[in-house]
Design a protein. Structure first.
Length: 244
């Protein structure tokens, strides 16, 4: 691990802000955190470390809102996620660093500027399939939150229940991701210090975000989010292009 004090501070503050963002406006924090981390961390550690930090962030949010979780949906999603993780563990290989940068950058731009996934009314089996597909994809592109949100953010469900259920589903997905990367040989030990700082900062951000739930203008967040994430994604594309 080779992080400057400035980079460590930036990652810690970003983790807190993105957790606040997700808790208060429902979505977007994971993608923004991925974009910032991708501009600082080595490409070969980006996805597993991001997943571990997101496990802490979503786990804190799920715990703080546990009484509002829709457990049947979480159960079906988790069963599918387990299948997706087992499948990914069979094909996950060490990709070239610039391929990782390119994949993450394109994925981020699609999530920000592409057609938005529609909110789906899905059955139990449909939720299981969604858990499988999104978990498999998250092993390679990192932040699958917008895809999972298309399933969890169901019409007619109040915002706190949506936030709680989304956090529980994402917690299990990121737990499986950490297990898969550990299985294929990634060493988390040398990253424990920045991960702990980012998780702690995320817990504070989550607490503040839940206090601000339904009070913050989602439109303002959305515009700032688009501009910042787009710039970070373009930087990744430039890095990948420059290495060709």
């Amino acid at each position: 691990m080779d992080l400057s004090a400035f980079d460590l501070a930036l990652l810690t503050l970003t983790s807190g802000f993105t957790s606040l963002m997700t808790a208060s406006v429902g979505i977007g924090g994971g993608v923004l955190l991925l974009a910032v981390m991708a501009s600082i961390l080595p490409a070969n550690v980006l996805i597993p470390v991001h997943g571990l930090v997101q496990l802490g962030s979503n786990g804190n949010r799920a715990f703080m809102t546990r009484q509002h979780i829709h457990w049947p949906m979480v159960l079906f999603f988790s069963l599918g996620a387990l299948v997706g993780a087992l499948s990914a563990s069979q094909v996950l290989v060490q990709l070239p660093l610039d391929v990782i940068r390119l994949a993450v950058a394109v994925f981020i731009l699609l999530m920000v500027w592409g057609p938005k996934p529609k909110k789906l009314q899905v059955s139990g089996p449909g939720t299981l399939i969604a858990g499988c597909i999104t978990t498999f994809a998250s092993m390679f592109v990192g932040a699958s939150g917008p895809l999972v949100a298309a399933v969890v953010h169901r019409s007619g469900q109040e915002k706190l229940a949506t936030t709680a259920t989304f956090a529980a589903c994402m917690s299990f997905q990121h737990l499986l991701k950490a297990m898969v990367f550990g299985f294929v040989g990634f060493s988390f030990a040398q990253w424990w210090w920045p991960v702990l700082l980012m998780i702690a900062s995320g817990a504070v951000g989550t607490w503040l975000g839940l206090k601000l739930l339904n009070r913050l203008p989602a439109e303002l967040f959305a515009q700032l989010f688009k501009v910042l994430v787009t710039l970070l994604a373009l930087r990744l594309l430039w890095q990948a292009w420059g290495a060709v």
